[in-house]
Design a protein around this ligand. Sequence first.
Ligand SMILES: [Cu+2]
Length: 160
Amino acid sequence: MRALLVLSLPALMLATAATPPPVPEAWDRSPPRATDAWVRLNPVPGRPSAGYLALSGGGQPDRLTGASAPGVRIEMHDMSMAGGIMRMAKLDALPVPAGAAIRFAPGGKHLMIFGLAASAKTLPITLRFASGGTVTVTAAVRAAGDAPAATPDPHAGHHD
Ligand SMILES: [Cu+2]
C-alpha cells in the first residue's frame, strides 16, 4: 500500500505535465519562459549595451535574481521618468508572479550588458531564479542603427 502511494505521485506529475490546460495551480511546475530577446549594441566602444526580452511567469511565483552570459557582466536595471528626469535604478531581484507577463523593453526594465564585443551577433543570456531554476534565451545583437529607436539612448550619460 505504501509502495503504491509512492509510485502514484510521479505518475500523477507526469500526467499533469502531459495535459497543459486544466492543471490545478498547485501542480503546475512549468518554469518561467523568456522570448524575443535582443540586444541593442552600444555604438560607443566601452559603453554597456542594453538587453531586452519578454518574460512569462511559470506555474509558481518566483523571483528573477540575475542574468549572465559568456564573456560579459550583466546587471538588471529599471528606468523611469520622474519630474522630467530619467532615472536608472539597479534591480537586485524582480518578482515574477505565476503566469505574469513582464517586458524588458526600451524605456523601462533592461539588462545592462558590460563588455560585449562589437562583433557579437548573438548572446546566450541565462536568467537565474530564486527557485534555483535557470532559463537561457539567445538574444540577437543589433547594431544601434538597426535597432528600433523608440526612445533616445537611455545610457548615454549614465554609465561610466
Ligand atoms: Cu541601464
